[in-house]
Design a protein around this ligand. Structure first.
Ligand SMILES: Cc1ncc(COP(=O)(O)O)c(C=O)c1O
Length: 407
């Protein structure tokens, strides 16, 4: 069990009042809050070591480079990558996925090839592949979900013979946790490169890219206690070596003359321009913090919160929730509809109570169309600092809102 009350003390923002009420932050699926330890690590870096990295040889520059590379080493260990150079720092998950689309996709996808993804994807793991298919004359195929919000077994056959299989390890709307290891094997056996969107899985459960057997994994720091502006792309070395760069210029070159340029070694080949150094330092500190709690413990905590969300919110009269019925098949979020009340009205009224949830299509329009919810849903997203009491508070407020607005 994790000590939530102790953890909460590390998050100054949780002491904030919203409209005179104690903040109940249930929007961590969009962005998590940051503990003091992360903010202090960034401030320490800025106060004592700030300099550009991998360029100058003065002491500050060497110390800054060491901090930046140490963040990469921590990230590699966190996801069990074989080597640190398989970790590329980007801005966010979206940029990581676009990097694969540009660097691998545009080089290797040919007319007539098939690219497969799923209907439960965030736009960031959907639109790049849709665009690639269009621009290369390839076919774009989408695996559907069943009534429980899981991928349809009989559609997994689409992966056989495809060039790319891009799927999310956990859905940001349904909460569904996919069996990424099995899906990567299906990709491998079918001859496809596997692209795993880990934006919702990496923050909340142990990740092991070797055991998973993925070719690529993308995730964002801001959903796992780190600052905005830092994302990660893990790629198997052979694939990264074979790819073209994504951005050109600065230190991503080995040699340039007036006619030609050659590329730096990994990971620098993919990190053109001054990288997000403070943010990487923050990510390193976030990983230390998460490791201090233990990812298995975080997973158990999220499962407990998911169970309460289903019991309290999912079971309310006039409320319909989406995704698997069992907490052990879900992350700690719940997307739901309050019958007859527009999601925006729900969110505005909850905000009056100090409760922050997300509403809208959560960057998953094709999924919302599939669910028959073109106007969007409400989503409560939990993390390590949320309590059972907060979920009960959400349930109480939703009950009041229903009574007030029921027609
Ligand atoms: C499953 C999933 N993929 C991708 C993203 C995009 O992340 P970012 O906005 O950090 O690029 C998100 C963000 O909500 C997400 O939930």
């Amino acid at each position: 069990m994790i000590d939530v009350e102790k953890i909460r003390k590390d998050f100054p923002i949780l002491e904030r009042k919203i409209r005179g009420k104690k903040l109940v932050y249930l929007d961590s699926t969009a962005t998590s809050q940051r503990p003091r330890q992360v903010m202090e690590a960034v401030r320490r870096f800025e106060e004592t070591k700030n300099a550009n990295v991998a360029r100058s040889i003065h002491t500050l520059a060497e110390e800054a480079t060491a901090e930046y590379e140490s963040a990469r080493d921590k990230t590699a260990k966190f996801v069990n990558a074989a080597e640190s150079r398989e970790i590329i720092f980007t801005k966010n998950t979206t940029e990581s996925l676009n990097l694969i689309m540009r660097g691998w996709g545009e080089k290797f996808i040919k007319p007539g090839d098939r690219i497969v993804t799923t209907i439960m994807e965030h736009h960031s793991n959907f639109v790049p592949w849709q665009h690639l298919a269009k621009s290369r004359g390839a076919k774009f195929e989408v695996i559907d979900i069943d009534e429980d919000g899981k991928l349809k077994e009989d559609e997994l056959d689409k992966v056989r013979g495809a060039k790319i299989f891009a799927f999310t390890a956990a859905s940001n709307v349904l909460g569904t946790i996919n069996d990424a290891k099995r899906l990567c094997k299906i990709a491998r056996d079918g001859g496809a490169v596997s692209v795993v969107d880990g934006a919702q899985s990496v923050p909340g459960m142990p990740t092991d890219v070797k055991a998973m057997g993925c070719d690529f994994l993308a995730f964002s720091g801001h959903k796992m206690l780190a600052p905005f502006g830092i994302g990660v792309l893990y790629g198997r070395r052979e694939l990264l070596e074979a790819m073209d760069p994504f951005l050109y210029g600065s230190e991503m070159i080995k040699k340039v003359d007036v006619n030609n340029a050659t590329w730096n070694v990994l990971p620098h080949k993919f990190e053109a321009g001054t990288p997000p150094v403070d943010e990487a330092v923050g990510l390193g500190a976030a990983i230390d913090y998460l490791n201090g709690i233990g990812m298995e413990n975080i997973r158990k905590h999220e499962e407990g919160l998911a169970k309460r969300l289903i019991e309290k919110i999912g079971a309310m009269e006039g409320v319909r929730f989406f995704g698997p019925r069992k907490a052990n098949e879900r992350t700690g979020l719940l997307a739901f509809e309050v019958e007859g009340i527009h999601p925006h009205d729900v969110a505005v009224l909850l905000d009056e109570e100090g409760i922050a949830i997300r509403t809208g299509h959560h960057c998953a329009m094709p999924l919302h169309m599939r669910l028959g919810m073109p106007g969007g849903t409400n989503r409560a997203g939990t993390y390590i600092y949320n309590t059972i009491d907060e979920i009960d508070q959400l349930a109480g407020s939703l009950g009041k809102i229903r009574k007030m607005l029921k027609r």
